[in-house]
Design a protein. Structure first.
Length: 72
């Protein structure tokens, strides 16, 4: 259901290690929800981003900058 999807989205949070980010834009290009943007030379999340927990951004990042935190 749509409500369950929203609940699942709310339980996860993406953390970006901006110190390691080289602005390669791989996260920007692979995210199916278009949640990433390069801001001030580093990867950032768009305001109000949506995450479906697919983790393609984690796999795509060559510098291991993206981590998921589960709020459960």
């Amino acid at each position: 259901s749509e409500e369950k999807k929203k609940e699942e989205v709310a339980q996860n949070h993406i953390e970006i290690n901006r110190d390691n980010c080289k602005a390669c834009q791989r996260c920007v290009s692979v995210c199916p929800n278009n949640s990433f943007v390069i801001k001030e030379g580093k990867s950032s999340l768009k305001e109000g981003y949506i995450c479906r927990d697919c983790k393609v951004c984690v796999a795509a990042c060559p510098n291991e900058c993206i981590n998921f935190v589960n709020f459960n």
